[in-house]
Design a protein around this ligand. Structure first.
Ligand SMILES: [Zn+2]
Ligand SMILES: [Zn+2]
Length: 224
């Protein structure tokens, strides 16, 4: 009698937890992929809304067909991010159509509103396929990049200090997490890490002021 051994695979997405056999991903990553496929459609719409209604700081350029027309605000970063969402989803849909057996009817359009729900319906097959981890990674990246390009302003509170990594004034806080968003490098830290940064800068500036003050005192003493 041969003992059947069940091979323990590692999740293809987080590469830490064991996969949820027979799927290629662990349970939390399966759930995250499912919700990302739903939320990435919201991201696509959100980027469109942002482009239609750009804040002054984002208004990098505008396009118009005729001189008399009111310019349509245009932001190349937001536009490229929207195109990325559509392209990545459509290419994964094409991948499933090509590989899945029995063959699937392809989605009837390449728009994310169509391809994302179509991919959600194919999750049963996708999660058992070796490329599930790559797909989860790519869709997660789309979500993170959208948040960076066009953060939901109401949720994020802008912070005054520059990012310790890239130096941009792009730090925002939400629920105890600080991230470098809006064209920043994506650096993340805890709110207490940010407070330490504040204290360090405050101490440094206080020391400088003290030195300047004592120098002024010395000058005054010399002059007298
Ligand atoms: Zn995982
Ligand atoms: Zn940064």
């Amino acid at each position: 009698m041969s003992a059947r051994t069940v091979e323990i695979r590692t999740c293809g997405a987080c590469r830490q937890r064991p996969a949820w056999i027979p799927r290629e991903l662990c349970a939390p990553c399966c759930l995250l992929l499912r919700s990302d496929l739903r939320d990435v459609v919201e991201d696509y719409r959100w980027l469109g809304d942002c482009m239609a209604n750009l804040a002054p700081s984002w208004r990098t350029s505008s396009i118009r067909a005729h001189r008399t027309e009111a310019p349509i605000p245009f932001d190349p970063i937001l536009s490229a991010q929207r195109e990325d969402i559509a392209r990545v989803l459509a290419s994964w849909a094409a991948n499933v159509v090509e590989k899945a057996r029995p063959r699937r009817w392809p989605p009837h359009d390449v728009l994310p509103e169509v391809t994302a729900p179509w991919l959600s319906c194919q999750l049963g097959w996708i999660l058992r396929h070796e490329s599930a981890g790559d797909m989860a990674d790519e869709i997660r990246t789309l979500r993170i990049d959208t948040e960076r390009a066009a953060p939901r302003e109401l949720d994020w509170l802008n912070l005054p200090l520059p990012c310790p990594r890239c130096g941009r004034l792009a730090l925002s806080e939400r629920a105890g997490t600080v991230r470098c968003l809006r064209g920043g490098c994506g650096h993340a830290m805890t709110l207490s890490g940010y407070r330490d940064l504040e204290n360090a800068i405050a101490a440094e500036l206080a020391a400088k002021t003290k030195t300047a003050a004592s120098r002024a005192d010395n000058d005054r003493a010399t002059a007298a």
